[in-house]
Write a protein that binds this ligand. Structure first.
Ligand code: SF4
Length: 222
């Protein structure tokens, strides 16, 4: 199985232009730009909350607006009135709830004294609206910690690729963390690659003929 993970890493690296088209910028291990060119850990954390049940294009526009007025700074975000944030977040689904969550998250970070202290899985999971996928995405892409985000894309792609049904997203995390080479670059690339395959080819009715993983996928060998 480890060999297949290595092969996938090679394929994802070779296909980095495709990954870019799907919003993943293959960068240096500790860059924040992996998430469609975002500029800071705070931007990634804010995006991870805003993107739930929302379109990424809208989230990206909101982040740009926040950046222009300095609102990606957690202290400033916390001090800003809800009404001001509502008007900024209008294009985001459930924006009122998300304003509440972001302000709470900003407050926790301020109370902890540093972002580094926020990169604790238990603390993140204790925050309303932060599930395992969001927590691990923050840990990996903002905190550069070796936690693999479990996703529905991962569940579908890896189940088909290995010809073995994964029952839940947690099994994705376990499988990847047990078999993927340990490295920040490798974890980020693998997540970006798997999500790209899920978004571009591995639909309910998969488009295997065009898929970048077709030569190593069990599903196409049935
Ligand atoms: S080859 Fe088909 S089943 Fe396999 S990962 Fe690609 S789209 Fe999914």
């Amino acid at each position: 199985m480890r060999e297949s993970f290595e092969l996938m890493l090679d394929i994802f690296l070779k296909e980095k232009e495709l990954l870019r088209k799907k919003g993943w910028i293959v960068s240096s291990p500790y860059s924040y730009e992996w998430w469609d060119g975002l500029k800071s850990a705070e931007e990634i954390i804010i995006s991870a909350i805003l993107v739930q049940m929302s379109r990424w294009e809208n989230v990206k526009r909101v982040i740009q607006s926040m950046r222009e007025v300095g609102l990606t700074n957690f202290e400033k975000l916390y001090m800003t009135s809800d009404e001001e944030l509502y008007s900024l977040f209008k294009s985001i689904n459930f924006y009122r709830t998300k304003v509440k969550r972001l302000k709470y998250l900003a407050k926790i970070t301020i109370d902890l004294g540093s972002l580094e202290k926020l990169y604790d899985r238990d603390i993140l999971l204790s925050i309303d609206g932060v599930g395992e996928e969001t927590a691990d995405s923050i840990l990996l892409f903002a905190g550069h910690k070796l936690h693999f985000p479990p996703s529905e894309y991962g569940k579908r792609v890896l189940s088909r690729l290995f010809g073995r049904e994964l029952n839940n997203k947690r099994e994705v995390k376990t499988m990847v963390e047990n078999n993927l080479r340990k490295g920040i670059f490798e974890y980020k690339l693998f997540h970006a690659g798997i999500v790209t395959v899920g978004r571009a080819f591995c639909f309910k009715e998969p488009k295997c003929d065009n898929c970048i993983l077709k030569d190593i996928c069990n599903y196409t060998m049935k």
